[in-house]
Design a protein around this ligand. Structure first.
Ligand SMILES: [Zn+2]
Length: 70
């Protein structure tokens, strides 16, 4: 039996396509017509970006807060 690891922890992530470890990098995310720099994990080989649901929701709520404050 294999233990299931919780999503979004410090575990290493690998690209589904290439099998290489994903590396942290700054990605520009467009949201409601605005672009925001976000640090995400991406594949250095094919450019695939990993966005976990937890991370996406967290970042989007931050962006929404920033918009509401304006
Ligand atoms: Zn890849």
């Amino acid at each position: 039996m294999s233990e299931s690891l919780p999503i979004g922890t410090d575990q290493d992530w690998y690209c589904d396509n290439c099998g290489v470890p994903l590396a942290p990098g700054q990605i520009t995310v467009s949201y409601l017509g605005n672009a925001y720099p976000v640090n995400l994990l991406r594949c250095p080989n094919c450019g695939l970006v990993l966005v976990t649901e937890e991370l996406a929701l967290g970042k989007m709520s931050e962006v929404e807060k920033a918009l509401e404050d304006k």
